[in-house]
Ligand binder design. Structure first.
Ligand code: NAD
Ligand code: MG
Length: 338
């Protein structure tokens, strides 16, 4: 496995080209502003009626309509929602691509599952940050970076790898690590991670712990602090020095409980389900399900979203967080800007 750092990247490979970033959401705002701050000539492409348009313009960026932005760029990074990329690609991106352009993605989904099939004379790479977009920006501003995965899908010009590496460095990724991989491996591991550990696994674990305590008659406020608030404090210790660093900091009682009980919570049943979830990702079944859900107007998705937003843990949490005003200082997410 190849790992690259800043000294391996030649930034002129992106500074000498015009870079178009399509979308100004979680990833788009971070890529566009980090590239600009790295001395790259950036254009943001959006629909004229997009709520993101004013945010990008307020950040001092040049904003154009999607089709015009594609024509303006030598490198076109697609940071639109995955479920829209296929349609937008066919309608407005492909018509504006020229031979020798670089078409880039922040996640391999549409290339790997063949929802987007670019012409053979266009270079295709991926720079996928291994972190939420808001951290890609905030870490960059602190002189740090979020690790990125780099992959090359097709390379008619013969220099797509150094261009992709320069792009990853320009958004701050090579300060942390840029790992070279394939679209397939990035797509499958990314979907697996978010479904089973990072998003699906973690939120279900938090909610199940909260509900167990509340149902047993403990105050919701205590359940919130114990099963939700403290997760960050524990994860910070793991982030800094691994599982052992966290276990060094907690009490022996906590460590003994962790080592003897953890495996009962995430045991053979959960591992079996993890394997099933991975198989659905690998076979393309998850991708088909998600694209069908989107095409039919996302009824199930909207219902689940609504139900999770109205879960009592959200109300209790909001109330408790309002008593800790420092949590709102330097917020990563400011919906008026990013
Ligand atoms: P997002 O939903 O936050 O933002 C999407 C942006 O696209 C918005 O600015 C929106 O206005 C714009 N947009 C929507 N429809 C459009 C259209 N038809 N034409 C032009 N612009 C349109 O998306 P995101 O979460 O940043 O995801 C973008 C890509 O980055 C995806 O491929 C995703 O998998 C990948 N990615 C995201 C994260 C993350 O932290 N969110 C992490 C790694 C990779
Ligand atoms: Mg991810």
């Amino acid at each position: 496995m190849q790992v690259y750092y800043d000294q391996d990247a030649d930034l002129s490979r992106v500074r000498d080209r015009k870079v178009t970033v399509l979308g100004y959401g979680s990833q788009g705002h971070a890529h566009a502003t980090n590239l600009r701050d790295s001395g790259v000539d950036v254009v943001v492409g959006l629909r004229r009626d997009s709520a993101s348009w004013a945010k990008a313009a307020d950040a001092g960026l040049t904003v154009m309509e999607t089709a015009e932005a594609v024509r303006a760029g030598d490198v076109v990074m697609v940071l639109l929602p995955d479920e829209l990329q296929g349609d937008v690609y066919r309608e407005v991106i492909q018509p504006g691509l020229e031979p020798g352009n670089y078409l880039a993605f922040g996640h391999g989904f549409n290339i790997h599952f063949k929802r987007v099939v670019p012409p053979e004379d266009v270079n295709v790479f991926m720079v996928a940050p291994k972190g939420p977009g808001h951290l890609v920006r905030s870490e960059f501003e602190r002189g740090r970076g979020v690790p990125c995965l780099l992959a090359i899908h097709q390379d008619p010009s013969g220099d797509t790898q150094p261009v992709g590496l320069a792009y990853a460095a320009a958004i701050g990724g090579a300060r942390a690590a840029v790992i070279e991989t394939t679209f397939k491996d990035e797509t499958e591991t990314d979907l697996f991670g978010e479904q089973t550990v990072l998003c699906g696994g973690l939120t279900s674990l938090i909610q199940a712990g909260y509900e167990t305590l509340v149902e047993a008659g403990y105050p919701p406020e205590m359940a919130y602090f114990e099963c939700c608030h403290e997760v960050k404090l524990i994860v910070d210790l793991i982030y800094e020095g691994g599982l052992a660093n966290m276990r060094y900091s907690v009490s022996n009682t906590a460590e003994y409980g962790d080592l003897t009980r953890g495996r009962r919570i995430v045991g053979d049943d959960t591992r079996k389900i993890m394997k099933e979830i991975l198989a659905d990702i690998q076979s393309g079944r998850f991708a088909d399900e998600w694209m069908n859900e989107h095409r039919s107007g996302s009824p199930n998705f909207n219902e689940l979203r609504q139900a999770s937003r109205s879960h009592p843990i959200e109300q209790v949490g909001e109330q408790l967080r309002s008593m800790m005003p420092w949590l709102a200082e330097n917020r990563l997410v400011d919906k008026s800007k990013n």
